[in-house]
Design a protein around this ligand. Sequence first.
Ligand SMILES: [Zn+2]
Length: 436
Amino acid sequence: MPTTSLPGLAKLARRPISRDSISGVSKLPIRARVATTLGGAAGRMSRLTGRGDGSVIGGVVGLRVAPDLLTQLAVGRQVVLVTGTNGKTTTTRLVAAAIGSMGQDVASNAFGANMESGLVAALSGALEAPFAVLEVDERHLPKIMEATRPRVVVLLNLSRDQMDRAAEIWLVARRWREAFAAMPEVHVVANADDPLVAWAAGSVKSVSWVAAGQRWHEDSWCCPECGSHLRRDELGWRCGECGLSRPPARWVLDGAAVIDAFGAVRELGLALPGRANMSNAVMALAVASFFGADVDQALPHLRSVTSVAGRYTTVPRRGRNLRLLLAKNPAGWLEAFDVLGQDGRPVMLAVNAQGPDGRDTSWLWDVDYRVLRGRPVLVAGERRIDLAVRLEVDQVRFGLVDGVDEAVDRVPPGDLDVIANYTAFQQIRATLGRTA
Ligand SMILES: [Zn+2]
């Protein structure tokens, strides 16, 4: 990281620059223009020196020079913010694809760099794009809303991420609710089946409610409004005490089809696997439709998305085809199990407990592994013993392996699904020589 040159960059930033000297960014105030250019240079330097893909460092440098750079870069665009515990990166990609079907350029942080510096890098990389579709960390939504004045906010779901963050999701929902109260003009696209999400968006005037489903109920047994027990039936959820209930949805995921706001039914036919991605696609269609996109035109663009930031990619390795699935928390593991091949193919599970994973692995006990019975299971990762104990209790037979290559050697030629949490996923990708 070129920190030594920062004072020099800042000095340069204060020098007046001729309006024509930087093409394409003339709308921006001078300071923001310089910050953007310097950020781009730092990003290129970072890529050239092999210290990352440059998307974050460029934003960091830009923000040092112009702290309000995110606001400057967002002005005049239609901004969509996508947040929630699971599915942010994939949904961001799908929303960008759906809006792109209208022939418009879209700026997007496609690789999941979802803090302020990542957003700055995404926007400064596409200065002329009239649309911006940005993944936002769920805890930072209020701050990023304030900075970017979004036209649409997409709320996917809220569940515990790692054990040490479990208590936070109620607080996150409350902060979302407060942020919407302060910005009544924003349109929200929200999952009606997630009680915390529905409560957070409950006072928003303009909402596209989506029946996107909720497989994971463990974090929403209680009413977000009054704390009483929530009841669930085929119509959804409701509180017997205060009357809070699932809002009626205009967009519905029905099996593998989408029912749009006008009642038209279409098969989704996605290349991405699993029910969670079908939900994400319906959310994306609801967003694009808000901007006037045609569902028939948008669908082929969604179908053409085959992998997202290395996830769902199939990688050949010594005669086996490895399919890589990232799952970071209990709800994510449940979704990943849903994606596993129905042919009883082997699966490798890998768990680490480094910083980004959460140090505490007790969340492993929240997941039901019985679905893995009868399938060859291999267990890897720095915390494979924790996972092994858990599988033992669920009577799932497994073998311990040291890494992805040993797993490859232990299974017959053919398909192997790999489910890993965050740093384990990155390690596996590095072993397989995947960098993008
Ligand atoms: Zn209630």
